[in-house]
Write a protein that binds this ligand. Structure first.
Ligand SMILES: Cc1ncc(C[n+]2csc(CCOP(=O)(O)OP(=O)(O)O)c2C)c(N)n1
Ligand code: SF4
Length: 295
């Protein structure tokens, strides 16, 4: 499937002006691109920046039905909505829109249950690699070496592979995407929307406020994370992984840009030593190796 540019240009406004997102917020780019690809979406949002940027009643800036819910309840609430809509014969798309804290950590038990039941939900995780909404605490998505308020010397552990945990549930569709490649993201969402069952899409979504990066280069950071091999793009369908066109050449580490090109643009990595960068590079290669086994 390859979505045409005019279709993307004419998509509905799902996030209106006047929202509370910071300048250059990757989450809002991800939200606009992904949700606008869906037929009659109903969005379930746990506590996160996405529950804050929508502003306050009556000036809500989400232009689609939205349920704000407690952290660990996202996938169970979405399961109920999806089943009720089906019983009523209504053609809607129920989604969870969660940060990495709500997906990798606090909501893990709930989505695992919904995935095991193969509920008819698309679960989006916009991954900014920490808890941004509450002041930049580490999550298990935080990469090694990143400074957060709870890892002032840089995180010592590597990022958890939520995708491989998701893949162990044998759900019908999994994809990764980046706001640096909106057409690829949009196309994957369209494709997911045509599949029944639990689908998961992980989106790399830079956060200039917490990453201490220039808001003007958010899309560039999205591209660099792919070109340095930091965030591979791929799909897993019925257990089989295919690297996406934008990422396939970076399977060979010789084709990747140096990871320093990505790190040096973010204040959160400023204090990393060369030893830490070596460990981080090994983490990235380990993930590529593990993913390649699923090809
Ligand atoms: C059970 C529970 N624990 C903690 C909180 C406080 N809290 C609200 S939002 C948030 C961070 C969410 O992080 P993430 O899901 O990564 O989204 P982001 O803030 O980065 O958008 C936390 C810890 C809460 N609301 N409920
Ligand atoms: S803190 Fe980060 S994720 Fe949250 S609204 Fe600001 S830029 Fe977006």
């Amino acid at each position: 499937m390859n979505v045409k540019i005019p279709e993307m240009m004419n998509r509905p406004e799902v996030l209106l002006r006047g929202n509370f997102a910071c300048a250059g917020c990757g989450l809002s780019i991800a939200y606009k691109t992904a949700i606008s690809a869906l037929n009659r979406p109903i969005v379930v949002i746990p506590a996160c920046c996405a529950s804050v940027i929508q502003s306050l009643h009556p000036n809500v800036t989400y232009n689609v039905p939205t349920l704000n819910i407690a952290f660990a309840a996202h996938a169970s609430a979405a399961s109920g909505i999806a089943r009720a809509k089906k019983m009523r014969g209504e053609d809607t798309t129920t989604v969870v829109w969660s940060g990495d804290g709500g997906t990798y950590d606090i909501g893990l038990a709930t989505w695992s249950g919904a995935a095991e039941r193969n509920e008819n939900i698309i679960h989006f995780c916009y991954d900014n690699g920490f808890y941004s909404n509450t002041g930049a605490q580490r999550s298990s998505a935080t990469p090694r070496g990143a400074v957060t308020t709870t890892t002032p010397g840089g995180k010592r552990e590597k990022r958890k592979s939520v995708v491989r945990i998701m893949a162990a549930h044998d759900i019908p569709y999994i994809a990764t995407a980046s706001i640096g490649y909106p057409r690829d993201l949009y196309t994957k969402v369209k494709k997911a929307s045509l599949i029944e069952g639990y689908r998961f899409i992980l989106i790399d979504a830079p956060c200039p406020t917490g990453w201490n990066s220039d808001p003007a280069i958010t899309p560039e950071l999205g591209e660099l994370s792919v070109k340095t091999g930091f965030f591979p793009l791929y799909e897993i369908e019925e257990g089989k992984l295919t690297f996406s066109k934008r990422s396939i050449r970076y399977k060979d580490p010789a084709n990747r840009l140096p990871v320093e090109n990505y790190l040096e643009k973010q204040g959160r990595f400023k204090s990393m030593t060369s030893d830490q960068i070596k460990l981080l590079t090994d983490d990235l290669q380990h993930e590529w190796d593990m993913l390649s086994r699923l090809e």
